[in-house]
Write a protein that binds this ligand. Sequence first.
Ligand SMILES: Nc1ncnc2c1ncn2[C@@H]1O[C@H](COP(=O)(O)OP(=O)(O)OP(=O)(O)O)[C@@H](O)[C@H]1O
Ligand SMILES: [Mg+2]
Length: 151
Amino acid sequence: MSGERTFALVKPDGVKRGLVGEIIGRFERKGLKIVAIKTIRITRELAEQYYSEHIGKPFFDGLMNYITSGPSVAIILEGKDVVPIVRKMMGVTNPVQADLGTIRGDYAVFTGRNVIHGSDSPVSAEREIALFFRKDELHDYVRADEGLLYD
Ligand SMILES: Nc1ncnc2c1ncn2[C@@H]1O[C@H](COP(=O)(O)OP(=O)(O)OP(=O)(O)O)[C@@H](O)[C@H]1O
Ligand SMILES: [Mg+2]
């Protein structure tokens, strides 16, 4: 199995709405490995680094207020093709367009409160993992079903 990794974040609305278990359960049942997980209150400084690609956009200030409005749950997931798999499981940015069966399609109604983030490429994943986690917070282990998930 390849060690591809992605970064996912249950945003403050997802935490306050009690959706953490539901979301993590979907990732676990899919067969993705949880390499790291923690609750974190994102500061304005971290938020600006994390969403730096959106600086200057009309929704940026609202996005900063949203993402710092309460604790988030940060997760590192591992598996083959984990970056596109997690993006697909999240659904597209606007929950109105997100397919039913995806996290945003099932649990959100508005782009500005879309419950979850996932890295959009392996390069973004590496950058975001380094922003949120120290190396000693990542854990290496074998899932009991790994032999059934991969050939
Ligand atoms: N037009 C908008 N109005 C309000 N909020 C927005 C808008 N566009 C984006 N956002 C917020 O900014 C986040 C980042 O936007 P981006 O274009 O990177 O979408 P994404 O990659 O699907 O989401 P994320 O980066 O959070 O995983 C969105 O998830 C959403 O919370
Ligand atoms: Mg994005």
